[in-house]
Ligand binder design. Structure first.
Ligand code: DCP
Ligand code: MG
Length: 402
């Protein structure tokens, strides 16, 4: 990917390069009219569950995760967030920001049970459910199968049931595509609801920082900042060719999204094929101890994800990208499944040890578990937005359900 200086036309509003994309809402229509999509996301999920089950934790800044060594915060209660504590932050840093921070270890079995329960609630309103993780999902409620009358009302009913049946809160976003529904659920967190009505999407997106867009991770946001792109409006001002040059396969998704257009259908019952994570370093590394330590950190994060997804897999793949960008992968499979974090780490280290000493420093390391059985449905990757698909040819916008 090109880092490069911002192009000459920074700030200029360019004409749409793709004549097939006009504007929302008609471009978002499924055959028969606009879709009605709800995105539901539990509030401070792991932390709220711990506060629910242990009243002494209520009102306190709480982090779920390990406080020791190289532990990271998995979830932070809203009280902790006031101090700047966030998911994925090293616990030691979180403690510096908030010395009174209380830590609890995660209880994945409990989170999984709750996840099953909320999915059962969703299923009372639609069969078209696409979970993104244990605590969030897209629902397509276009069909309104229970005749409730509005997508907003369905979202309210779901939130009320989560509160009464589980004693937890969820936030919901209601809109006419996935991109907007997810932005909306984040808008009034915690315990909030936000509706983006047909015709409002592009304007809503224009004022938001790009890091809030699903598919734009921290690295993507940094890259955009280097190009002078901070908000949806900035992004919209860039022609498709420029986005393609800098953001490759993500360009078309971004180009549409920033216009409030997202054609991706809600996909029920997708299955993961693999689960992993990777890390790019600020400085290339090559020494054995540094490589091993890095691998341990990746194992910590990836194994959490594997547990969250209840995934069981047989193949571990180590990936390294060298300073000159050449890629090397090494994989090993076990006969049954990789049973534990210790096994996962052991195989990862064995793969690494076989490659030492490295011919040159590396800039990225990743570890993946694949040949999965029984994993939860696939979430979209955090960094790479999924390709848009589906078609839209109907201008019969059906606005009433909002
Ligand atoms: N999680 C994790 N590691 C991360 C991010 C999240 O283990 N880097 C876990 C803990 C979270 C849960 O996944 O509780 C859900 O993630 P969310 O991003 O939805 O965050 P929360 O539900 O904690 O907070 P919010 O109210 O912002 O949704
Ligand atoms: Mg959440």
């Amino acid at each position: 990917m090109t880092k490069g200086a911002p192009p000459d036309n920074v700030g200029a509003v360019m004409a749409d390069a793709n004549p097939n994309i006009t504007d929302e809402p008609a471009e978002n229509a499924a055959p028969g009219g606009l879709r009605k999509i709800i995105h539901i996301d539990m509030d401070a999920f792991f932390a709220s569950v711990e506060q629910r089950d242990d009243p002494s934790l209520r009102g306190l800044p709480l982090a779920v995760g390990s406080a020791t060594g190289r532990g990271v915060v998995a979830a932070a209660s809203y009280e902790a967030r006031k101090f700047g504590v966030r998911s994925a932050m090293p616990s030691q840093r979180a403690l510096r920001l908030c010395p009174d921070l209380v830590f609890r270890m995660p209880r994945f079995d409990v989170y999984r049970d709750i996840s099953r329960h909320i999915r059962a609630i969703f299923a009372d309103y639609t069969p078209i459910i696409e979970p993104l993780s244990l605590d969030e999902a897209y629902l397509d409620v276009t069909a309104d199968m229970r005749g409730i009358g509005s997508a907003t009302r369905i979202a309210e009913l779901i939130r009320e049931r989560i509160r009464s049946e589980l004693n937890l809160t969820a936030s919901a976003g209601v809109s006419y595509n996935k991109f907007l529904a997810k932005l909306a659920s984040d808008q009034n967190k915690p315990d909030g609801l936000c509706v983006i009505r047909p015709g409002e999407g592009a304007q809503f997106v224009a004022g938001l920082p790009v890091r809030r867009f699903h598919g734009v991770g921290p690295r993507g946001a940094e890259k955009m900042a280097r190009l002078g792109i901070e908000t949806g409006e900035d992004l919209r001002a860039r022609p498709i060719e420029v986005l393609r040059e800098h953001f490759g396969s993500q360009a078309d998704y971004l180009y549409r999204a920033v216009r409030g257009i997202d054609l991706r259908p809600v996909q029920a019952h997708r299955r993961r094929k693999s689960l992993g994570g990777e890390r790019t370093f600020a400085h290339d590394i090559s020494s054995g101890p540094a490589l091993r330590e890095t691998l341990d950190r990746i194992v910590d994060i990836v194994w959490d994800r594997i547990e969250s997804a209840n995934a069981h897999g047989r193949t571990v793949t180590l990936k390294m990208r060298f300073a000159d960008f050449t890629l090397l992968t090494r994989a090993r499979s076990v006969e049954h499944v990789v049973e534990s974090k210790t096994d996962f780490a052991r195989i990862g280290h064995a793969l690494l040890d076989e490659l030492l000493p490295l011919p040159q420093p590396i800039r990225l390391m990743g570890l993946t578990l694949s040949s999965l059985e029984g994993a939860d449905e696939a979430p979209e990757t955090v960094e790479g937005a999924p390709a848009a698909n589906g078609t839209s040819d109907s201008r019969n916008a059906q606005l009433s359900l909002f």
